[in-house]
Design a protein around this ligand. Sequence first.
Ligand SMILES: [Zn+2]
Length: 383
Amino acid sequence: MAYSFQSLPQLVDMRGKLASKGNYSKRTKTITHRVWHHSLTKKHLAGSDAASFAAYHVNTLGWPCVGYSLIIEPKNIVQTSKGPRARIVYANDIDRRTYHVGNSNQFSLGICVAGDYRYDKMDDATIASIADLHAALTKDNIGKYDTSHNEMPGYSWKACCVYDYRKLVNWKGSVTPITPTPIPDTYTIQEGDTFWSIAHKDGAGGVTVDDLIKANPNVDPEKLKVGQKIIFGKAIGQSQPVKKQNTSTSNPNGNSYIKKFQQWLNQEYNVGLVVDGIYGPKTKAAAIKALQTEFNKQFGAQLVVDGKWGPKTKAAVRTISRGAKGSITRIIQGMLYSLGYDPKGFDGIFGDNSFYAVRKFQGDKKLTVDGLCGKNTFNEIFR
Ligand SMILES: [Zn+2]
């Protein structure tokens, strides 16, 4: 059965065509709530569309597909017989329980209006599309109530949505603009939540992913469990910093991870290190030699392999990011560990744990926290 919203002229059916990794499960409850979101991405920007949200939700949040069923794109205008309309993307089957409001996903339909309405002004073509879609969904009997993200349980602190959806959907109740409550000091994990989804929509000056990682050193961001409590909001500033690894020189047996690193450097680069498991200037110089050798081999850098971190070596750096594999990644892992940032492995694969270690390191060194190992990060590690 086709729904009437599907015949709206400004609608494009992109089900199955957006980035995805697996499938959302089928709803076991009837939809009662239509939940209105905004994307907090400026509406005219390249990333302010369904395809970009899908890429972000799949690649960064690890969700099966984009978290909304329907997405309104103000930057894509469709001329219809009723006038200009913002394009509506049908992204996930209505019967799929997508991730957007945690424990309420089961009975909630997620609709996102692209834009950051703290700053963007909503245009007429978008307002008209919201009204058209709302009328059609009502006719189709999909949902009974309209709410905003921050009216759903557990999300009162979210700056989502900040446009007055009630006015737009002709809701007959209050038209008081929605103001988020302060961010609570603890947060209980709901379905689909990740550090990225919890952090990135906090509004100006809110909690960042890095803040969450630092404030919750014993929480594995990859293994959040529904119901788990994490430190959040103001409590973040009061939490303990992440404990550093013991790389103390007073340990007579040294550290086994560092031993492995030193052994590998000897084996691959013939640097003649004493394998004592203690990190010091000699290990660092050996790591720089290894790096220079790799830069020469892989990038044709023509560096002198002298174990000194100078401007030429720095200039030869190419950004290493998540998913990278090989010797350069292994050198980064060994160095991060030695400096107290555990990548949880010495395998030469730049996976999630290496990514988190880089981010922690960047945060502590006041670098841009992006998890990318570029010139500035290399410089901070090796100088
Ligand atoms: Zn939202």
